[in-house]
Design a protein around this ligand. Structure first.
Ligand code: ADP
Ligand code: MG
Length: 392
């Protein structure tokens, strides 16, 4: 059997072949959120981990003042005039993969970083659109490579904030700070608990014999309008009602369940339930931290179970297929905990599974899901990995 060459080697070879010079290589991971869903944009707590799927960027200089990106995955080249990326008003997004790279360059330029011309080759194995944040992986690896190219040091915490700007303001995708933060600051064998208001964080030990098994339900239901309504509008409305009703509350994160109950009559039933999910979820993240620190994995698994029920019933953002995946997982050998992860209405589940049983767990989960739904799920076995770093 011919061993598949690593993505590092393939990216380096592609760069040399395309540009005729060797470059410097960098890696940024994808991520999975273990607990703390829909808590980030109201200043709450999240607990993701970086995973061992990632994106490599290889960079070298060029003299013509251009920014040239090559995507090996998309077999495509995108050229930008560097001057246009230095303007306050960003160039119009092209609506393709290169927006994530150009966005990172633009966001760095907005920080006053002088970027000399460069060629960059990007190659990744984070499945895109699966909820593992391939977009943040591309943004952060681009930023890290360009910072090195410009000879500028930047703390990973700051790099995360800059890359979030690329996603929000350049690409135009609404998202919290979680993805870019854990992709920048994650660590091998650790979950990262982040306070999304202060950006203070803790790296917490994940037991070595536990595997993070991610299962993609392969369904994606429409979020905006229709039967599902708009969750973030409902949360905003509830937060606004709490602010009015209880001075001192700035973000939902400041509110207790007792506060919410006092203000119940000043918001819709939907807002009340969405806010109840977020308030109880913030508490669960805090408890999950204690569980990890004391090695109580059964306790952690129970918090994941409760988090799923809250997401399903109070946040009303699960779906039958994902509920089924969680139910099947709970009955399989080696399963410590299972819940939906990501925005909701489909997407992935995250399962903590005893490492020795992870392979069999994944196969059984796929088989049972296929038998009941006719859908072939994708399963990824991951371990908690380092945040973005140079490769040589
Ligand atoms: P995700 O949940 O994976 O972050 P997004 O829709 O936010 O999904 O981002 C996916 C997009 O990121 C892809 O459509 C592509 O434009 C870009 N992307 C992801 N991986 C790569 C890659 N290896 N090379 C170039 N672009 C990538
Ligand atoms: Mg994304």
């Amino acid at each position: 059997m011919i061993l598949e060459r690593s993505k590092e080697i393939r990216a380096a070879e592609a760069h040399l072949e395309r540009f005729g010079v060797a470059g410097k290589a960098f890696l940024a991971p994808g991520r999975v959120n273990l607990i703390g869903e829909h808590t980030d944009y109201t200043g709450g707590f999240v607990m993701p981990a970086a995973i061992d799927f990632g994106t490599v960027a290889v960079v070298s200089g060029r003299a013509d003042g251009k920014a040239v990106f090559v995507s090996v995955n998309f077999e495509s080249t995108a050229e930008y005039d560097l001057e246009s990326l230095k303007q306050r008003t960003r160039p119009a997004p092209r609506g393709d993969w290169s927006d994530y790279c150009a966005g990172a360059a633009w966001a760095l330029a907005q920080e006053g970083i002088a970027l000399p011309g460069f060629s960059m080759t990007v190659l990744g194995d984070v499945p895109w659109g699966a909820g593992l944040s391939s977009s943040a992986s591309v943004e952060v690896v681009t930023a890290l490579a360009l910072l090195s190219h410009a000879g500028v040091a930047m703390r990973p915490e700051k790099m995360a904030v800059v890359c979030r700007r690329a996603e929000n303001e350049y690409v135009g995708a609404k998202s919290g700070i979680m993805d870019q933060f854990v992709v920048s600051c994650g660590a091998a064998g650790k979950a990262l608990m982040l306070d999304c208001r202060s950006l203070e964080y803790d790296l917490l030990p994940m037991p070595e014999d536990v595997c993070m098994v991610i299962c993609n339900s392969m369904v994606k239901h429409a979020v905006a309008g229709g039967e599902y309504g708009n969750r973030s509008d409902e949360v905003e409305a509830g937060q606004a009602a709490l602010r009015k009703c209880k001075p001192g509350i700035e973000l939902l994160r400041d509110a207790t369940l007792a506060d919410l109950e006092v203000c119940e009559s000043s918001m819709s039933r939907e807002s009340f339930q969405r806010c109840r999910h977020i308030i109880t979820e913030n508490a669960r993240v805090m408890e999950a931290r204690t569980a990890l620190l004391s090695g109580d994995m059964a306790g952690f698994g129970e918090l994941m179970r409760q988090a799923h029920l809250s997401f399903r019933d109070d946040f009303a953002a699960s779906c039958p297929e994902v509920d089924l995946l969680v139910e099947i997982a709970g009955g399989l050998p080696g399963c410590i905990g299972a819940r939906i992860t990501g925005g909701g209405f489909g997407g992935c589940t995250v399962n903590l599974v005893k490492a020795a049983q992870a392979e069999a767990f994944g196969q059984s989960l796929k088989a049972a899901y296929l038998a009941k739904t006719g859908i072939s799920a994708e399963v990824y076995l991951c371990k908690a990995s380092d945040g973005a770093h140079p490769l040589d």
